[in-house]
Design a protein around this ligand. Structure first.
Ligand code: SAH
Length: 196
């Protein structure tokens, strides 16, 4: 297959915001992702009270699952609407504050304190703002990143991981000549070279 077919494709932040405004969010899974349930033990590895990161989080219900299990969840998402829908749909009270050091960014934090969602681009984050994580749930994230930004995304993710962290990655396999994406096709060979 020719992965070059998608190499120059760009989806802008504006286009993502528009998808949320139009309710054009076929990627959202109301029931959560079965692969997280299946591989939860791999993510947790017997540990409790972890810090789990959700890159490009949307309003993923898995954030609620993990918070309910006693973990602390951090997400990042450009769409404020997505984050507000998340809190509303789970009836979670939250507060909103600016993020020192990232102009225009907002942090939405559940009143209980265990869910913090940053409204900004992931490329604005660094470990000095969000710290490091014991686990990552990457679903609809690497595959949603523009192909030209993959290396930058992965390099950033690596800087956000603790030494013994686990990273669950969901990808999709299809013929990239037949669909333009997102989700983009990221072959396993590329995942290996990106993460090293
Ligand atoms: N992970 C979620 C959402 C997947 S869709 C899920 O599983 O349902 C990809 C999401 O990334 C969209 O909600 C989009 O608004 C957001 N997004 C796109 N580019 C982004 C960026 N640079 N920084 C943060 N969020 C981004």
């Amino acid at each position: 297959t020719d992965i070059g077919a998608q190499k120059d494709r760009v989806v802008t932040e504006e286009e993502w915001l528009q998808k949320w405004e139009m309710g054009n969010i076929g990627f959202h899974k109301e029931q959560g992702h079965p692969l997280l349930q299946k591989y939860l033990d791999v993510l947790l590895n017997g540990r409790s009270g972890l810090r789990i990161f959700f890159p490009l989080c949307g309003k993923a219900v898995e954030m609620k699952w993990l918070a309910d299990m006693g973990h602390s969840v951090v997400g990042v998402e450009v769409s404020e609407r997505a984050l507000k829908e998340f809190f509303a749909e789970h009836s979670l009270p939250y507060c909103e504050e600016p993020v020192p050091g990232i102009s225009g960014a907002k942090k939405f934090q559940s009143t209980s304190g265990n869910i913090s969602l940053y409204c900004c681009s992931i490329y604005d984050l660094s470990s000095s703002v969000v710290g490091k994580f014991d686990g990552v749930w990457d679903r609809g994230a690497l595959v949603a990143v523009n192909p030209c930004d993959r290396q930058r995304y992965v390099s950033l993710m690596i800087t956000l991981m603790e030494k013994n962290s686990s990273y669950l990655l969901v990808t999709v396999s299809y013929d990239p000549n037949k669909h333009k994406g997102p989700p983009f096709y990221v072959p396993e060979s590329e995942i290996k070279s990106l993460f090293g």
